[in-house]
Design a protein around this ligand. Structure first.
Ligand SMILES: NC(=O)c1ccc[n+]([C@@H]2O[C@H](COP(=O)([O-])OP(=O)(O)OC[C@H]3O[C@@H](n4cnc5c(N)ncnc54)[C@H](OP(=O)(O)O)[C@@H]3O)[C@@H](O)[C@H]2O)c1
Length: 346
């Protein structure tokens, strides 16, 4: 909707960048808020540099308002989100918070729907809350507290919570699809985690952005799981498309998942996106789909991510969230050893 004013907290990496690009191309006036240290701001946005951890910076940001909506992509600590949302509440109509399916206590062990039980976390918790839960448990717990912080600051009828599952696409920095593409481009025999027909439901970053932007202008509120529909694609489609677009004649060798687990292959990281837990790709996003979430085919996400990579696109790297790519991908030596044993035994 042309003429609308949007504030994006973040806006220079992956989802925030896709949001900014889409909003600008839709005729929105876009302001982004980040520190200006890790990546370039999008051309055409109004830039406010500041730190989400500094209340004075958030106060200075609020003075630049009003906006029709804010989309917050950078909330990880409830107390910080509470400060930001409280400062912005008088100058935004709608507050769209980007959360995660990790807020559900059942993820990734059980199938999930929009009303599944959530972690319990107060809206003013600090970064130490849930430290005993491990990385994923603490991340999900704190995200649940961030959702509570937004609700407390702006009220239920102005808050929209998006809970994406795995997001893929151009500018991805976690090292999931980008690792599979890089591996496929190296050629040879590729260790593929079976079963080949395992259903997966990653969502394209640009489809999340379109859905978020529509929520920013819409009338509805509440929470939405944001994943592609269950059964959207299979692991074989992911691997085969990576092999097809990279064109190195790589041959997948499909291996048994229990065999990989027994050999200590780390799920989710050593072989990115591979996880045997029954709930990981069983997230019901029918509420979002009914509200208009449209998901492009996985082959488009894969080919366009490869196009971005080969055009010189490189992910953000560094500390914290941006440092996660370093944890992803099996080493070539270990992959060769595992393949040798598998092929001897099978
Ligand atoms: N990736 C997935 O599969 C997935 C799945 C589910 C949910 N999510 C959620 O989706 C969101 C992902 O967003 P994104 O990383 O793509 O966002 P983004 O908005 O594209 O990038 C992160 C932004 O945060 C800014 N930033 C970092 N530290 C800051 C600080 N102290 N103060 C102000 N700005 C700061 C960075 O810029 P500067 O460094 O210059 O400040 C950058 O602009 C997250 O909320 C994540 O939890 C992701």
């Amino acid at each position: 909707m042309a003429g609308m004013r949007l504030l994006i907290l973040g806006g220079t990496w992956f989802l925030g960048r896709a949001l900014g690009e889409l909003a600008l191309s839709s005729g929105w006036s876009v302001t982004t808020f980040n520190r200006g240290v890790s990546a370039s701001d999008l051309p055409g946005v109004q830039i406010v540099h500041g730190d989400r951890e500094q209340p004075e910076d958030l106060k200075r940001l609020a003075e630049q308002g009003p906006w029709d909506a804010v989309i917050d992509t950078i909330g990880y600590v409830p107390a910080q989100v509470l400060t930001a949302a409280t400062a912005l509440a008088p100058v935004v109509d709608r507050y769209v918070f980007v959360s995660s399916v990790n807020v559900y206590t059942g993820w990734p062990n059980e199938p999930l729907h929009d009303e599944s039980p959530l972690f319990d976390c107060p809206p003013d918790a600090d970064a130490t809350f849930g430290a005993d839960l491990g990385y994923a448990g603490q991340y999900g717990t704190l995200k649940a507290g961030c959702e509570n912080a937004v609700m407390q600051a702006v009220g239920q009828k102005r808050a929209i919570v998006l809970r994406p599952g795995v997001i893929l696409g151009p500018h991805e920095y976690v090292g999931r699809l980008t690792w599979w593409l890089t591996r496929a481009a190296r050629g040879g025999q590729l260790l593929a985690p079976g079963p080949a027909d395992r259903p997966i439901q990653p969502v394209d970053v640009r489809d999340v952005a379109a859905f978020a932007l529509a929520r920013a202008t819409g009338q509805d509120y509440g929470s939405f799981n944001v994943t592609a529909p269950m059964g959207h694609a299979t692991f074989a489609e992911l691997v085969d498309t990576c092999i097809g677009v990279t064109g190195a004649g790589t041959q997948p060798v499909w291996t048994d998942p229990d065999w990989l687990v027994k050999r200590g292959v780390q799920q989710w990281t050593e072989l990115p996106l591979w996880r045997t837990h029954r709930g990981v790709w069983a997230v019901d996003s029918s509420r979002a789909i009914a509200a208009g979430l449209a998901c492009r085919p996985l082959c488009d996400t894969v080919s366009q991510t490869w196009a971005w990579m080969t055009a010189g696109g490189s992910a953000i790297t560094g500390e914290g969230e941006a440092g996660r790519a370093a944890d992803h991908g099996i080493s070539a030596v270990r992959e060769r050893e595992l393949l040798k044993t598998w092929l001897q035994d099978n």
